[in-house]
Ligand binder design. Structure first.
Ligand SMILES: [Zn+2]
Length: 247
């Protein structure tokens, strides 16, 4: 049983119930863990962190993304207790999404690169009005899809755009020695959590993402799980069942 209700896992299960099947990628015949979706021998469940967060997240996804074994929105939903996920549609507006955006406890920010938005909407900091909690809306899709979501969702037009500054991004890349040019959704979320002062959740998510990548690639390359890596050590303080993992 999971401690956190994972909205991405729920979306996937709904899709499956509706008869939508994931494309079976080649070379992935081994059974997957139903809870963490990693190949069973490399199951991640024991490593799920448990942290308190003031922030909430809302993932806007495509059908395809929900089924991708490499999707990292899933990891965010494992870490941030107040997590929401919706399938984007150009024609149907999800009433629950609108209700969430209008929920007075939240102060929503749409996370998107500022250079594509009129400057008056862009902010680089999280400044909360009294009694509000930040809600980060993340477009969990390819860049092409994310741009389309951004342009064709009128209900996002009134939201401020949280744009991560280049120097913040490059410092983050340096710190984590990330080689890829684009950050994945989990890394972007970790930066947002840090901006909002949710430092524990940011650290836990970064370490969880690294551990996930190691388990995922290990399974792909048919290598045994190595839990003695620095990423596992970083994640350990945030894992509730740490005692058992060390025993
Ligand atoms: Zn698992």
């Amino acid at each position: 049983m999971s401690l956190v209700s994972n909205a991405v896992a729920r979306l996937r299960d709904q899709r499956v119930d509706e008869g939508i099947k994931p494309l079976q990628a080649r070379g992935w015949r081994a059974p997957r863990c139903g809870a963490c979706r990693v190949i069973e021998s490399h199951c991640l469940c024991a490593w799920r962190p448990s942290v308190e967060t003031r922030s909430g997240v809302c993932l806007i996804m495509t059908n395809k993304e929900v089924f991708k074994p490499s999707n990292t929105g899933w990891l965010i939903a494992d870490v941030v207790r107040d997590n929401h996920a919706f399938i984007w549609s150009r024609t149907d507006v999800n009433e629950q999404l609108l209700a969430l955006l209008n929920d007075p406890q939240w102060q929503p920010y749409l996370v998107f690169p500022g250079e594509y938005v009129e400057p008056s909407r862009v902010t680089h900091t999280v400044d909360l009005a009294q009694g509000k909690r930040p809600l980060f809306i993340l477009l969990d899709a390819t860049w092409t899809e994310a741009r389309k979501m951004f342009r064709k969702s009128p209900y996002f037009d009134r939201l401020p755009i949280l744009s991560l500054l280049p120097d913040k991004l490059s410092r983050y890349r340096l710190r984590r020695s990330t080689r890829s040019e684009h950050l994945c959704t989990a890394e972007v979320a970790a930066l947002c959590l840090e901006l909002a002062g949710d430092s524990d959740a940011a650290s836990a998510l970064d370490a969880y993402f690294d551990v996930f990548s190691q388990h995922y690639l290990g399974a792909k390359r048919q290598q045994e799980v190595d839990v003695s890596t620095p990423a596992h050590a970083e994640l350990l303080p945030f894992v509730r069942s740490a005692q058992e993992l060390l025993a």
